[in-house]
Design a protein around this ligand. Sequence first.
Ligand SMILES: [Ca+2]
Length: 211
Amino acid sequence: MKSNLLLTLALLAPVAQAATVPNGSFETNTTDGGTTYQTLYNGFAGLPGWQFSLDEYGVMIGTADEAYPYKTPFGTWQVDLSGANNLTGAWIQTDVTDLTPGLQYRLDFAIGVSVNWLAPSGSPSLKVLTGTTETTFIAAPTGVIDWLNREVVFEATAPTMTVRFENTSPVGTGLISVDNVSVTAVPEPAEYAAVAGAALVAFGLFRRRNR
Ligand SMILES: [Ca+2]
């Protein structure tokens, strides 16, 4: 009985740790010289925590440039996966760390899209990979820029897992941005704290009774 309680506490202990997405809002960065945007390319080291597709034209960072109407509400910087030439297929990815294998997590992010950039062939589309699991989001914009909060729930299969965002829009569709990326345990840490608290109380009662 006692060992079961100790085991329960030991299992609960690491759950309270939050998963880590490095630089999930892209606010920590250095550019190659520009102050309003940065073309991203494979090997670019100015956006810590993130890696990029080989297509150097496919990805760029938009900013709160005065003349740029497609601003992010999440700080100053966003990543526009359509890049400067409205191509498709570009991706960014990061390694999410501090995961506990076997537990459920929720990946939260925002997609930025605009009616000003709709290709005749369809709406912006974003493929999200959590490990090897693919989820595709079709984002139908209604305004100059809409920011749509989306989520993917996934089970951790390793302490570190790669999360990738890939532009799967029809060619010619511009502006499909990603911002505000985070990962949290499901259920929330507060719920685990309540469970752990109850286990501690039970353990205390057990000890008292067996003295
Ligand atoms: Ca941001």
